[in-house]
Design a protein around this ligand. Structure first.
Ligand code: SMO
Length: 776
């Protein structure tokens, strides 16, 4: 089954409207929570008075930070480099608010409407402070200070270095430098966030349903913050309508809902509305890159030197430094870069806290590198494909140790056929024929461009994932996984892996995710880790169950286990298909009291944890073709080619869906999406009116070629691939727009390339066509 494009087992329920998202969880007596949010970007909180809100009929409770205890618990962070001067977020602001949308107080009422009405009765005195919203400005002397422990607004500076950088630059024929900026944007899942908390009066166990990508992590963090044993909390991830990394965070409401449910003794629900989503979801991507490249005249890369400034917003939650770190260790990509030095600066600003979004640092670094390479090619008068070809690592150089360490794991490119993938993509996109087509188009007054992006990605991060495979007394197979997918088709993928081991039809296997009550340990779904980590754990558990099943079956028919095989849902004697035992008979024998070989433990279940810190790196080549309207600056994406290498592909159809979805998000980032803040810290992108995302008509058909260079790091040979589309998509499209217009005399150094931006670039180069200015 591994390698088969079977249909997703998940889809029939979803298509029939039978899914259970967080808002579908309902109880008698359910209360609703609403959060009063700061309207100011930076202010001292002089007083918060919730008494009037409490008096409103239908209101059950209202509270502020003062009610969280003498020392309110801070949200922990998971990555703690030496230079870190942490600014943890508290569930509600204590003495200062630092971004618009920060929670100040909470109301719990019989309905969401009543709760929101009561918010208006809460009296808050603010003393306004000057805000700083630009990361570059924030780290200059004299800027308003967010946190006393970091008077320069630098939360951390991480340095990544390998090779002799000074020598590389001293010995170079050419050094080219650029500042390249990526904007603040983020994931826009169809389902916003949500949390339901319900304490069972009998067991005193609090069950929490949350749209979280890491239920076990949420359970453990909550137990710490509430100071209760982990066993008293059960977190369940129900169906999730999209996550993209931004639901792999721990948010204030993740604490506030269970806390409120505990206070009032009734179930409480909070569902984020779209406005709250824009204000408070983890923002991402915003980085300023100052990059320098040292080269020989023939285009050989000798070294890269960079400083990048990540806009981390007002606080760091669990993964708050990850984008900066991964951008540092991703900058060289899959090229031969003998010397590298990146200084990753994490700046605090009066904006929503930033964290991981699909690719987490890789899209940013990839943009800096791939945009720079195009600029270098132009300056050297060299073909941009030839420049890349010359510097790509070869299969003979694998595994390739970059000498860097990322998130406590060595950055070693485990496997790959980079040149082959590159040539395949150029062929599919007809790169060789494009120059002539472009010239012909220009002669007709049309602006077309082709953009290349070579990306790679850290996937399948450790340290572990858990999976159990159980056969019930009636013979059916159930998988419990520590993963918490958000629409990736992971159930189908895991069932395919188990089906190969157990030889039962994959669609008879039930797959259960994200429930701390069913599996002791789990990590969740992020970092493109499901196939690698959850897949391997399920494979390990399936293998154990298979071996035990064969031994039980052999015992029942009185042969040696090595004479038994599993086939078509039965165990039979090799060469004698009629001497067979069903899974129900095997399972019955495994039941305590059953007919087992002497010394064998009862039960037919295996719980396995795949422990692994060696992360496989996947990669791909994206080539986009665009047309820019010279009158309006509007970009239309035409052909789009991807060659992707994620090792063994468990389900090609699923994989292609992942790539296409990622490309759509990358395209959005290249052309449209931006979370804009005014200089006083007021967010300007607070609804879909002001934050444009691509619709189906904006996204081209994506032509996909697969290459399968198996990873040596796990038995399946898989690498992760869920985020790659979003990494490659952004830069392929941005480079294509640049290719369409840069001959006019402008240079693309930032995204998004909105129509007005593109038009302004053309105009400033003196190249806007006659008449265009009259309507601008
Ligand atoms: S943003 Mo990802 O889940 O590394």
């Amino acid at each position: 089954m591994v390698g088969a494009s079977v249909r997703r087992m998940e889809d029939p329920r979803l298509l029939r409207g039978e899914a259970a998202f967080v808002d579908d969880i309902r109880f008698p007596g359910l209360l609703h929570m609403a959060v009063l949010r700061s309207p100011h970007a930076h202010a001292r909180l002089l007083s918060v008075d919730v008494r009037a809100a409490r008096e409103l009929p239908g209101v059950v409770d209202a509270f502020s930070a003062a009610d969280l205890g003498a020392e309110p618990p801070g949200i922990p962070f998971f990555y703690n480099p030496e230079s870190f001067r942490p600014a943890p977020q508290y569930p509600l602001a204590t003495d200062t608010v630092r971004y618009v949308g920060e929670g100040v107080a909470v109301v719990v009422a019989e309905s969401r409407h009543l709760a929101e009405d009561a918010l208006e009765l809460i009296e808050v005195d603010y003393e306004l402070l000057e805000a700083v919203v630009d990361a570059y400005a924030a780290i200059q002397p004299g800027a308003p200070v967010l946190h006393e422990n970091a008077p320069d607004n630098v939360a951390a500076t991480m340095v990544y270095e390998s090779g002799d950088v000074e020598a590389a630059f001293a010995g170079a024929d050419r050094v080219i430098s650029k500042r390249l900026d990526m904007q603040r944007y983020t994931g826009i899942p169809m389902e916003t966030r949500g949390v339901v908390g319900h304490r069972d009066a009998v067991t005193a166990e609090m069950t929490i349903w949350a749209s979280t990508q890491w239920p076990h992590t949420m359970r453990t963090v909550l137990a710490g913050m509430l100071a209760v044993p982990a066993r008293s909390i059960r977190v369940i991830t129900p169906d999730i309508g999209g996550g993209f990394g931004i639901k792999a965070d721990f948010y204030p409401e993740d604490f506030l809902v269970p806390f409120a449910a505990g206070r009032v003794g009734r179930p409480v629900k909070w569902i984020e509305d779209r406005n709250e989503h824009f204000l408070t979801i983890a923002h991402s991507r915003e980085q300023i890159h100052e990059v320098e490249i040292a080269l020989r005249d023939d285009g050989t890369i000798l070294g890269l030197r960079a400083r990048h400034i990540t806009d981390c917003g007002a606080y760091q939650r669990p993964l708050g430094l990850v984008n900066a770190s991964l951008a540092g260790t991703s900058l060289a990509g899959i090229y031969r870069v003998p010397a590298l030095r990146v200084e990753a600066v994490c700046a605090s600003t009066n904006k929503a806290p930033a964290s991981a979004y699909r690719g987490a640092g890789a899209p940013e670094a990839t943009f800096a590198r791939e945009r720079l390479l195009d600029i270098v090619a132009r300056e050297l008068g060299m073909d941009r494909a030839e420049l890349r070809r010359k510097n790509l690592l070869t299969p003979e150089e694998m595994p390739y140790d970059t000498g860097l360490v990322s998130l406590e794991a060595a950055v070693i490119l485990d496997s790959g056929s980079f040149p082959a993938a590159f040539e395949q993509a150029l062929d599919m996109a007809d790169y060789a024929g494009f120059a002539a087509r472009q010239q012909a188009a220009r002669e007709e007054g049309r602006l077309i461009g082709m953009g290349i992006c070579v990306y790679h990605q850290l996937t399948g991060t450790g340290p572990f994932e858990g999976g159990s495979v159980r056969v019930d007394p009636t013979g059916e197979v159930t998988i419990n996984s520590g993963a918490a997918p958000q629409g990736q088709g992971t159930a189908t993928m895991l069932a395919q892996i188990a089906a190969d081991e157990l030889q039962v039809p994959h669609d008879t296997i039930k797959v259960v995710f994200g429930d701390t009550g069913r599996l002791a340990h789990g990590m969740g779904t992020y970092a493109s880790r499901n196939a690698v980590m959850a897949g391997t754990a399920v494979m390990m558990a399936s293998t154990k169950v298979r071996e035990k099943a064969l031994a039980l079956a052999a015992h029942l028919v009185e042969v040696d286990p090595s004479d038994m095989v599993l086939e078509d849902g039965y165990a039979h004697v090799k060469g004698v298909p009629t001497t067979r035992v069903s899974w129900a008979e095997i399972a019955a024998a495994a039941t305590p009291g059953g007919n087992r070989p002497e010394g064998m433990e009862p039960d037919l279940e295996s719980v396995q944890y795949f422990e692994n810190m060696a992360a496989p790196y996947s990669y791909g080549i994206h080539i986009a073709e665009v047309e820019v309207d010279p009158d309006t600056g509007v970009t239309t994406v035409g052909r789009y080619v991807v060659v992707n290498d994620a090792g063994t592909i468990v389900n090609p159809r699923n994989a292609e869906g992942q790539i296409a979805g990622g490309v759509a998000q990358g395209l959005g980032g290249a052309l449209m999406e931006e979370l804009v803040y005014a200089p006083d810290g007021q967010p300007q992108s607070t609804s879909f009116l002001d934050y444009l995302i691509p619709g189906s008509l904006d996204v081209p058909d994506v032509e996909i070629g697969h290459l399968e260079t198996k990873s040596p790091l796990n038995p399946l040979g898989v690498k992760g691939m869920g985020e790659g589309g979003a990494i490659g998509g952004h830069s392929a499209v941005a480079n294509a727009v640049a290719d369409a217009i840069e001959h006019l005399g402008c240079t693309v150094t930032r995204t998004p390339l909105k129509p007005a931006t593109v038009w302004e670039l053309m105009r400033s180069a003196g190249a806007a066509p006659a008449g265009a200015g009259t309507t601008a």
